[in-house]
Write a protein that binds this ligand. Sequence first.
Ligand code: GAR
Length: 212
Amino acid sequence: MKSVVILISGRGSNLQALLEASLPGRIAAVISNRPQAAGLELARRHGVAAIALDHRGYASREQFDAALAAEIDRHDADLVVLAGFMRILGDDFVRRYSGRLLNIHPSLLPLFPGLDTHARALAAGVKIHGASVHFVTPALDAGPLVIQAAVPVLAADNEETLAARVLAQEHKIYPQAVRWFLEGRLELSAEGRVALRGEGDAGPALIAPALG
Ligand code: GAR
């Protein structure tokens, strides 16, 4: 059975979706760079090792990344899942876990990389917004896409209502992507392409709930 380590920084609602998804793998540990992250308590309640690794205790990004990698490797992770992990990881870290490092981002990438995605989507006036799961590569929020979910942007939306609509979809697509990986059906090729086996030609790699 494959082992998963999940990295968080805060609330942990995507973590919760993963913990409750009966995944065909073992969630070996949850690590947070913020000691107060609510997700750590959630992990403990599910009987999963919950580790706080405060980035403020390290003099450089490289030192924090090295400590993080040592902790991940202690749990023999086959897959590392960033679930609301709000720190940029250095190139060495990203390369070390190449092909086994997934992230979820609250926009339809390549639109709106970075922070404040919902406010920026509203300001841009887009009619469709959403979330993306992608393999992590050194370029921020630009790695090969695995699955996306689209939601409508409604005239009455504000940042909170739009975020909530997107988050509900995040909780569907992230467990799906992780499941594919753990089943051995999802791979990043040496050329950097996503290969998904057994889902037909197009695959269900886009979820677009009906409008209304
Ligand atoms: C989620 O919306 C996730 O997509 C986003 O942070 C939130 C974490 O919520 N991630 C990023 O913005 C990564 N750049 P959660 O802690 O409740 O899962």
